[in-house]
Design a protein around this ligand. Structure first.
Ligand code: GDP
Length: 365
C-alpha cells in the first residue's frame, strides 16, 4: 500500500518527504530502508507498542509501515505531456491514495510557480490535470466499448455507466464523488483506476506561527478546508520546515521542541496515522519476549488471513486466535488480570480482527 505525495513545485513536497523518511530512519533499530530515492518506508506512530514492549520486556519493537512516494514535477499541462507529465501521472496511478501538499505559507524568498500564494487555484490546477487524465482514459474506453456493445450485450452496462460518468467528470467533478448504481457498476468503475477516484488528504503546509491553532487564523488554510469539504476529504496542517527540524532530533528533544511549539504531537505523525486510515488499514498486535509488533491488515480481515500475515503456515493450520483488546489488557495490568475478568477470548475462523487486538494464534504445523 502506498501514498503518492503530489503538489505544485515549491510547495514543500520534498521537505515533507525527507522529514517522513528521516523520522522513520531515526526511530532506532527498525529496518527502514529506502528502496528508491523517491520511495520512503515510514513507521506508523503507535503509542501502544511502547507500552506493550515494556509490559512484555520485548527485545525488539517493530511498528507497522506504509510507503510514501515523492511524485515531483506535476505541473500545469502534465496531462498533455508537458514536462514529464504522463510519467508522473503513471506514478500516481500506481498509488493507492494521494497526499496533496498545498502551500499555505507566505515567504517571499520562496518563489511560487504562479507568482502568488493561492491554495484554491493550486489545488484546482493539480486536480484538473488528474481530471484531464481520467477523462482521456474514459474517452478511449468509450470509443472502444461503444462499438463492441452492438454485438456484445454484456458491454451495455458499461456504456450506460460511461454515459453518466463522462459528463460528470466534464462538469469538473472528481470521480471520488460519483455514485455507482450497483455492485456491477462499481466493479467496472474500479477497473479504470481513475486518479480522481483515489482517496485524498490535503496537507496544508503552514509557517511555524500557524501550528498552535491548526491554521484557524490563516485564510489560506480556511480555503483548503472549504475546498476539501466539498468532496469529503480531510485536511491536515503541517509545517514541512518544522518537521524537517523535528526529524533531526531524538525522541526526548522532539518532545521538548513540540511542547515549546504548544503541540502534543507532530503534524507529520498525525498525517501518517491519517494516511494509514485513509488506506483502510488497521493494526493488530503481537507481543512477547522476542518482539512486540504491529501487523497491518485491511479492515474486515478475518482471523486466519490476519494470521497469514505472520506466516502462511499460520493461516493454513489455523485453529483459533486468543485475543484481548489492547485497552482491556493494559487496564487490567496484563494477561492474567484480563483473563480473570473474562476479557480474553478464543476466536474461530470467522472472527473479524479489530484494531488493537493483541493476539496469540494457535495452529497446526
Ligand atoms: P517541492 O518542490 O514541492 O518539493 O518543494 P521543496 O520541499 O523543495 O521546497 C521548496 C522551497 O520551499 C525550499 O526552499 C524549502 O526550504 C521551502 N519550504 C518548504 N516548506 C516550507 C515551510 O513550511 N516554510 C517556509 N518558509 N519554506 C518552506
Amino acid at each position: 500500500m502506498k501514498l503518492g505525495i503530489v503538489g505544485l513545485p515549491n510547495v514543500g513536497k520534498s521537505t515533507l518527504f525527507n522529514s517522513l523518511t528521516k523520522a522513520g530512519a531515526l526511530a532506532a533499530n527498525y529496518p527502514f530502508a529506502t528502496i528508491d530515492p523517491n520511495v520512503g518506508v515510514v513507521a506508523v506512530p503507535d503509542e501502544r507498542l511502547k507500552v506493550l514492549t515494556d509490559m512484555y520486556h520485548s527485545k525488539k519493537t517493530v511498528p507497522a509501515t506504509i510507503e510514501f512516494v515523492d511524485i515531483a514535477g506535476l505541473v500545469k499541462g502534465a496531462s498533455k505531456g508537458e514536462g514529464l507529465g504522463n510519467q508522473f501521472l503513471a506514478n500516481i496511478r500506481e498509488c493507492d491514495a494521494i497526499v496533496q501538499v498545498v502551500r499555505c505559507f507566505d515567504d517571499t524568498n520562496v518563489v511560487h510557480v504562479d507568482g502568488s500564494v493561492d491554495p484554491t487555484r493550486d489545488i484546482e490546477t493539480i486536480n484538473l490535470e488528474l481530471l484531464f487524465s481520467d477523462m482521456e482514459i474514459l474517452e478511449r474506453r468509450y470509443a472502444k466499448v461503444q462499438k463492441q456493445a452492438r454485438n456484445d450485450k454484456s458491454l451495455q452496462k458499461e456504456v450506460a455507466l460511461l454515459d453518466r460518468l463522462r459528463p460528470f467528470l466534464e462538469e469538473g467533478n472528481q470521480a471520488r464523488t460519483f455514485e455507482c448504481k450497483d455492485e456491477d457498476e462499481e466493479a467496472i468503475f474500479n477497473q479504470y483506476g481513475l486518479l480522481t477516484a483515489k482517496p485524498i488528504i490535503y496537507a496544508a503546509n503552514v509557517a511555524e506561527d500557524d501550528l498552535a491553532d491548526e491554521g484557524a487564523s490563516n485564510d489560506h488554510v480556511k480555503a483548503v478546508r472549504e475546498y476539501a469539504a466539498k468532496d469529503g476529504s480531510a485536511v491536515y496542517v503541517v509545517s514541512a520546515e518544522i518537521e524537517q527540524e523535528l526529524s533531526e532530533l531524538d525522541d526526548e528533544e522532539k518532545q521538548m521542541f513540540l511542547e515549546d511549539l504548544g503541540l502534543k504531537e507532530s503534524g507529520l505523525d498525525k498525517l501518517v496515522k491519517a494516511s494509514y486510515d485513509l488506506l483502510g488499514l488497521i493494526s493488530y498486535l503481537t507481543s512477547g519476549e522476542d518482539e512486540t509488533r504491529a501487523w497491518t491488515i485491511v479492515k474486515g480481515t478475518k482471523a486466519p488471513q490476519a494470521a497469514g500475515k505472520i506466516h502462511t503456515d499460520f493461516e493454513r493450520g489455523f485453529i483459533c486466535a486468543e485475543t484481548v483488546a489492547y485497552k482491556d489488557l493494559v487496564e487490567n495490568g496484563g494477561m492474567a488480570g484480563a483473563k480473570e475478568k473474562g476479557l480474553v477470548g478464543l476466536q474461530g475462523k470467522d472472527y473479524v480482527v479489530k484494531d488493537g487486538d493483541v493476539i496469540t494464534f494457535r495452529f497446526n504445523v
